[in-house]
Design a protein around this ligand. Sequence first.
Ligand code: DX5
Ligand code: ZN
Length: 221
Amino acid sequence: MSKPVRIAPSILSADFAKLGEEVRAIDAAGADFIHIDVMDGHFVPNITIGPGVVKALRPHTTKTFDVHLMISPVDPYLEAFANAGADIITIHPEAGAHTHRTVQTIKALGKKAGVVLNPGTPISALDYVMDMVDLILVMSVNPGFGGQSFIDSQLDKIREIRKMIEATGRDIDLQVDGGINLETAPKAIAAGADVLVAGTATFVGGPGEYANNIKKLRGEG
Ligand code: DX5
Ligand code: ZN
């Protein structure tokens, strides 16, 4: 069965000039994971955060660092993000030639491993890694930017993957990322997602609203 819904604010929507303060604020506001979007301007058309920033943020919270790597090649940087304090490292199959090896490497570094499917990536990309992954991330936008609209066709993908997870009997989080707001969050949860990434919807209104925003996304508001 799905676990309680957890909220993973994406700090892509935070004020980058005060990231430490923002991370402390979302921690205090009830965030479950801190979702860190790493982009290289090559795998995706945007450049964001490197391992140095992850390391600098680590002392600001004890919450799970959920590091979403949108970089290619990805293998040469896994150790740096692990050492910087990542708890979960999530990779795109398209970002390297050997998904299985990449997942093995993350596990060997003692971290939880996630695999992410772009909107156009078929579920079959998960074949033969389901026995190793700790998290599956369904992108409900094309990766690169916050503030995009939720792609409804991904709900079927979430439903399918939920069934696959139940069939394994393993403890695998099913995360959805992109365009999550008060209208789309209930749909994603109903389809079987149990971790919601939310950038815009967490940070809208400023720090005074973070707790309320997170509560509402959880379906408690
Ligand atoms: C997109 C990133 C997302 C993004 C979500 O490439 O992976 O995590 O920050 O932003 P919103 O919630 O605004 O769609
Ligand atoms: Zn992300």
